[in-house]
Design a protein around this ligand. Structure first.
Ligand code: SAM
Length: 285
């Protein structure tokens, strides 16, 4: 056993656009560690050059993260400090690092956050939507069916909903928001901290129309924030209201599967749950 105290893993947030957002502490840590594990070493190399720093780097991305754990832990055990950075913002937030942090924490290593930019926090801080409770969902599924299903499952949530989105899918996502969540206030934060930073505010349909008028509005990186569902009355009265709607659908001859889809869209919640309740009503329970 060596007497050298183990080193620390510093989880360092880096800018999401404006390089001045890197904190002095982050710069100091990046300049002092023995090695920097980076999602993309070329990308982070440019940041280091901007800071006038030169440190050994190694890549850590979703395809090699598990394999890097022992390698980086050996550095820590040898008493070296290590920094983890991603391409932009806070590592682990829709970025690599979770496996590394989980494993090193399980081994009792010291893990130190060096906080800083994070697109979802920056977006929420300026959107004017409630922030007392919010539900961050990362990226929605790429395929339309799965995306709409995820949104339907979120329809009854009363917290502000927050998503990350790319320019390739922003229009499809807005269209799906309109069909699954209906008339809700949506705030789009685009290109945060960069030259073309823009906040657009309106219903999903209105924002789509803005993009039709001005295709530049669909370019860049986005945080999509959606107002939560209007609060419902007490659980019991909403359950009674739901049963009235479900019974009416069955009485009109709508099939259980289709009625479950309608209920999920109108009342929120998962189709599967409504399917079960409809079966029970049909069976007279
Ligand atoms: N770890 C990062 C963070 O802390 O925000 C997020 C990384 S994730 C791979 C990239 C996504 O974050 C983008 O697709 C976009 O949704 C969002 N994002 C990152 N930078 C942004 C910016 N400057 N403006 C708006 N959204 C941004």
């Amino acid at each position: 056993m060596s007497d050298t105290p183990a080193g620390s893993l510093y989880v360092v947030a880096t800018p999401i656009g404006n390089l001045d957002d890197l904190s002095p502490r982050a710069a100091r840590v990046l300049g002092e560690v023995a090695v920097i594990a980076a999602e993309d070493t070329r990308h982070s190399g440019r940041l280091l050059r901007h800071l006038g720093l030169s440190r050994p780097m190694l890549s850590l991305h979703e395809h090699n993260e598990a394999a890097r754990v022992d390698q980086l832990d050996a550095r820590l055990v040898a008493g070296q400090d290590v920094a983890l950075v991603s391409d932009a913002g806070t590592p682990l937030i829709s970025d690599p690092g979770f496996v590394l942090v989980r494993e090193l924490r399980a081994r009792g290593r010291r893990i130190v956050p060096v906080p800083g930019p994070c697109a979802l926090v920056a977006a929420l801080s300026a959107a004017g939507l409630p922030t007392d409770r919010f539900l961050f969902q990362g990226f929605l599924p790429a395929k339309g069916g799965a995306r709409r299903e995820r949104l339907e499952a979120l329809a009854a949530r009363e917290e502000t909903l927050v998503f990350y989105e790319s320019p390739h899918r922003i229009r499809d996502t807005l269209a799906d928001l309109a069909t699954t969540l209906g008339e809700r206030r949506v705030v789009l934060a685009r290109e945060l901290t960069k030259a073309f930073e823009t906040f657009l505010d309106g219903s999903a349909d209105e924002l789509l129309a803005r993009m039709e008028e001005d295709s530049d509005q669909a370019r860049g990186e986005f945080v999509v924030m959606v107002a939560g569902a209007a609060p419902r009355g007490d659980a019991e009265s909403s359950a009674v209201e739901a049963d009235v709607l479900l019974s009416a659908l069955l009485a009109e001859g709508v099939g259980v599967k289709q009625a479950a889809a309608v209920a999920a869209r109108v009342l929120g919640g998962a189709k599967k749950v409504w399917y079960g309740r409809l079966q029970a009503l049909k069976d007279g329970h």
